[in-house]
Structure formats: structure tokens, C-alpha cells
Design a protein around this ligand. Structure first.
Ligand code: AMP
Length: 285
């Protein structure tokens, strides 16, 4: 039975006691409005942990002033049902004033991998992400934490933070879960009208096309970017934040695919900002 806890002290004491009794704890941080992508993290956690604990917290510090913090979907009851069905044991959903006490002014300075891509388009975003994730790691002492590759740069930021700050937790990256037609699942997909929903498909189609070209031997990075942009143009997705082919660990722009690469897209479909990515594996590797 899923148990929901909102007190930081209570969840801390629960997890400390569980770990003292020898249980392996798996942590799944989320912002709620759960879908199969989130639930896949719970299922993965259940494979390697004795106790799974999800968190739902719409973290204000990772949203920019013009972003969708106030309208971000909040669907707690449905989320609880879904977590219960997935076999999650504990849910931590604190109120913002306990996480950010009055007068707080400390934050995590995120690592260099936070600088490009999302870092350029969403200044302060990764500072907010790194800060909340570190707070959750402190409040919910766990053995493993599970993150989706959907937020590719986020995982790199968190991995680097954990290494740099000696946080004793193992980060597990889980694959992107897609709708049957290829659209990467996202809590923000519910903002899309049905017309925008079909437009949005161009993002995964473009990434798929690039991966296909690479699998068939293409090596020209500019050509791959062009192939993705053509799909977006064709669907009249005009507001593109980036179409990047980058090193899968540093996110530096690459000029060759020799070390492997990742293609990443961020674009607005209507007023909804979507991100997606795909690893590009050269034919010879
Ligand atoms: P969010 O609630 O958007 O902050 O996401 C919480 C966690 O779920 C993050 O680790 C995300 O990367 C992960 N996630 C979100 N969408 C997907 C997806 N389509 N496939 C896999 N993981 C996902």
C-alpha cells in the first residue's frame, strides 16, 4: 500500500530506519502529473531495491519567470493511484515552505555540463534542479536514484554533481518511454491540442531520421542537423531553441561522430516547450 508522507523529518527518519534494517532504498524524484515514463522509473527501481520512494514536488526554483510554474499540471490523486498500481511504497510530497524555508539563500552552483543547450535557453534552470535534487538526496537517504534519459542534460548535471560533491548515491539512467507513434512522453504533452500533438511528432521523427542516417553510414554532422530541421520545418515548428549534435558526456558540439554523439532538440509547439533526444550510434561501432 502506498503511503504518502509530507513531513521532511518523518520521511528522513523512515528511510534511515529502513536502511538500518538492511533495506535497499530506490528514489524516484518527479514533479508529478505522472505518466508511463515516470512509472517506468518506479518499475526499474523495484528490480534492484527493496523499498521504492517517489517524490512529487513542483520545484519553483527551476522555472524561469516566463515559464509555466503556476500552470504546471498538479494531479496528486491520480498520481497516487498510478504509483500504487506500479507498486511504489512511499510518496514524499512536501509543501514548498518546508523545502525552501523563509530566508533561504544557499544553492548549488551546477557543473560545467549545465552551461550549453538548456543552460543557454533556461538560465538558472539547472541551479534550481541541482539544488532541489541535492536537498532530496539529503532528506531521503537512498541507495540508488532513478532518472530518465528524456532529460539527457539533467542526468549529466546530476551525475557530475554527485561525483563532485561526494554524494553517496548511485545514479541510474532509464530509457526514454515514448507513445506508440514515437512522441516522448512528457507531463507537458497534455497542454497540446490535437493539431499540435501531430505537429509535435516531427521532433521524434527528425531524431529517428538522424539516427537512421547515422546507422546507414552518414558522418556529416551539419547534414544530420539539417535532416532534423527539415522535419521541424515541414511540420511548421518555427520556434526552435536548438537542434544539436553533441558529445554524449560533455555536450560539447562535435564535428565527427567517432566517439558517438547525441542529437538533442528543444522546440516550441504552439506555446508548449518540448525536449527530446536520441543517441547516434555510428554504423561501425
Ligand atoms: P519530471 O516529472 O518531468 O521532473 O520527470 C521526473 C523524472 O521522470 C525525470 O527523471 C525524467 O527524466 C523522467 N521522465 C520524464 N519523462 C520521461 C519519459 N518519457 N521516459 C523516461 N523518463 C521520463
Amino acid at each position: 500500500m502506498l503511503q504518502t508522507i509530507s513531513s521532511p523529518t518523518e520521511i528522513y527518519q523512515r528511510l534511515v530506519a529502513l536502511r538500518q534494517s538492511g533495506k535497499k532504498v530506490g528514489l524516484i524524484p518527479t514533479m508529478g502529473a505522472l505518466h508511463e515514463g515516470h512509472l517506468s522509473l518506479v518499475r526499474r527501481a523495484k528490480q534492484s531495491c527493496d523499498v521504492t520512494v517517489a517524490t512529487i514536488f513542483v520545484n519553483p526554483t527551476q522555472f524561469g519567470p516566463q515559464e509555466d510554474f503556476s500552470k504546471y499540471p498538479r494531479t496528486l490523486e491520480r498520481d497516487q493511484e498510478l504509483l500504487q498500481e506500479a507498486g511504489c511504497d512511499l510518496l514524499f510530497c512536501p509543501s514548498a515552505d518546508l523545502i525552501y524555508p523563509p530566508g533561504y539563500s544557499t544553492a548549488v552552483d551546477p557543473p560545467a555540463v549545465a552551461i550549453p543547450l538548456e543552460g543557454v535557453r533556461r538560465p538558472g534552470h539547472f541551479r534550481g534542479v541541482a539544488t532541489i535534487v541535492l536537498k532530496l538526496f539529503q532528506l531521503l537517504p537512498s541507495d540508488q536514484a532513478f532518472f530518465g534519459a528524456k532529460d539527457f542534460q539533467q542526468v549529466l548535471v546530476i551525475r557530475r554533481m554527485v561525483t563532485d560533491l561526494n554524494v553517496p548515491i548511485e545514479i541510474v539512467t532509464c530509457p526514454i518511454i515514448r507513445e506508440p507513434d514515437g512522441l516522448a512522453m512528457s507531463s507537458r504533452n497534455r497542454y497540446l491540442s490535437s493539431e499540435e500533438r501531430s505537429q509535435a511528432l516531427a521532433i521524434s521523427r527528425g531524431l529517428h531520421k538522424a539516427a537512421d542516417l547515422v546507422a546507414k553510414g552518414a558522418t556529416d554532422v551539419a547534414l544530420l542537423q539539417q535532416a532534423i530541421r527539415e522535419e521541424l520545418d515541414h511540420a511548421q515548428i518555427a520556434r526552435i531553441d536548438y537542434v544539436a549534435i553533441a558529445h554524449p558526456e560533455t555536450l560539447a558540439e562535435v564535428s565527427s561522430l567517432n566517439d558517438g554523439a547525441v542529437a538533442l532538440v528543444a522546440a516550441f509547439v504552439g506555446t508548449t516547450r518540448l525536449i527530446d533526444n536520441r543517441l547516434l550510434q555510428p554504423a561501425t561501432k
